[in-house]
Design a protein around this ligand. Structure first.
Ligand SMILES: Cc1cc2nc3c(=O)[nH]c(=O)nc-3n(C[C@H](O)[C@H](O)[C@H](O)COP(=O)(O)OP(=O)(O)OC[C@H]3O[C@@H](n4cnc5c(N)ncnc54)[C@H](O)[C@@H]3O)c2cc1C
Length: 330
């Protein structure tokens, strides 16, 4: 499918268009498109749930219509599942939970497709997708050559991977292989999952608990446009954290010790700056979760950009901490 001046799907609900929008159903079709449109500005999207389009896209937007998953290997303890890039991650998780296969259930209800989730290293409730990714198959934009990346070669970090840095825009992920578990070891230490998941948790009961908790906190994109958490949680040094507690005379700043420093919830910093519920044009800092920016009233891309910039500035001025967007600006 190839269309001109086509509306780009995006969960912010912004009325942006692609000069060319093309959907492919096989790796061969993808290669043909790459060849045909070589030299054009190119963007591959999933559901557009982590994108902020600042204007119409003057180039070609690609999307995958490959939506299958298959078991490629198994032993007594594990199953290796290979999924196509265009499969909706949550549909895959539902099917796996149904079969009692675990590893991805904590990531239930995160919008988006399999390919993008391996770019973004999506995470929630104490699990990141990198924990179960065995390898990633991709096609080079330059010449269509296939390359398999092992988990280590993906250089995964917090909402980060080599596909967002050194190899940004150079590869299109076509398949992801997950190593999943036949024996369930629930991860329930995060939030109130333990009480929500029941006495004898199963992958499906954990999935249902995660969905229940998420629905209370996050807006449904069908009702209120957003890209989920707009900002990353900053990680600061211990010295910085201690200076901060002295400076604001508060040792109850929420924080999590982790490799590389101390993580401070960006939502807390934003709330302290008084942004929770505030609007700029049609964009709003969501009243239930200030980490989320929403399209409250026909926001323009500019409204969202301006709101994000004002929040970053206030957090920097008040705490001396830089928060940066998790969302990709296009
Ligand atoms: C309500 C809501 C809640 C959310 N909650 C979470 C959460 O809990 N945790 C979390 O981590 N994220 C969360 N997100 C963010 C988002 O769901 C993830 O980042 C998701 O992985 C984006 O998937 P997508 O298919 O929409 O990708 P898109 O937004 O379309 O694309 C994201 C990036 O991946 C690139 N890309 C897409 N497909 C490919 C491919 N096949 N090959 C190479 N590059 C590709 C794009 O160019 C872009 O740079 C949330 C978003 C919303 C709207």
């Amino acid at each position: 499918m190839i269309k001109n001046n086509f509306p780009i799907p995006n969960t912010f609900g912004l009325p942006v268009k692609a000069r060319i929008f093309a959907e492919y159903s096989s790796v061969e079709e993808l290669r043909d498109l790459l060849k045909r449109y070589q030299g054009e500005r190119l963007l591959h999207i999933g559901q557009g749930s982590n994108l902020l389009f600042t204007e119409d896209f003057d180039g070609i937007v690609l999307h995958s219509a490959m939506r299958r998953a298959r078991c490629v290997s198994e032993d007594n303890d594990h199953v290796w599942i290979e999924a196509d890039n265009g499969l909706v991650l949550d549909e895959l998780i539902e099917q796996l939970c149904d079969m009692g296969i675990s590893g991805l259930e904590n990531l239930s209800y995160i919008p988006g497709e399999v390919g993008a989730s391996a770019v973004q290293n999506v995470g929630a409730y104490g699990v990141e997708v990198k924990d179960v990714i065995e390898s990633v198959r991709a096609v080079a934009v330059a010449d269509g050559a296939e390359r398999v990346f092992t988990n280590a070669e993906c250089h995964y970090g917090y909402r980060d991977s080599i596909f967002k840095n050194d190899l940004r825009g150079q590869y299109i992920i076509t398949h992801v292989v997950y190593k999943l578990n036949k024996h369930f070891e629930p991860k329930l230490d995060y939030g109130n999952l333990r009480s929500e998941a029941g006495d004898k948790p199963t992958p499906m009961s954990v999935r249902e608990a995660v969905i229940h908790v998420r629905k209370q906190k996050l807006p449904e994109v069908s009702e209120l446009g957003s890209a989920g958490s707009f900002f990353k949680n900053p990680i600061v040094s211990r010295e910085k954290y201690e200076t901060l507690t002295r400076q604001i005379r508060d040792d109850s700043i929420p924080h999590y010790e982790q490799e590389g420093g101390i993580k401070i919830p960006a939502a807390w910093l934003i709330e302290q700056c008084g942004w929770k519920g505030k609007m700029m044009g049609g964009a709003q800092c969501y009243e239930k979760q200030p980490l989320v920016l929403v399209n409250r009233n026909n926001a323009t891309p500019e409204d969202i950009v301006n709101l994000a910039a004002a929040i970053c500035k206030d957090v920097k001025d008040k705490f001396g901490i830089e928060i940066s967007p998790e969302v990709n600006y296009i």
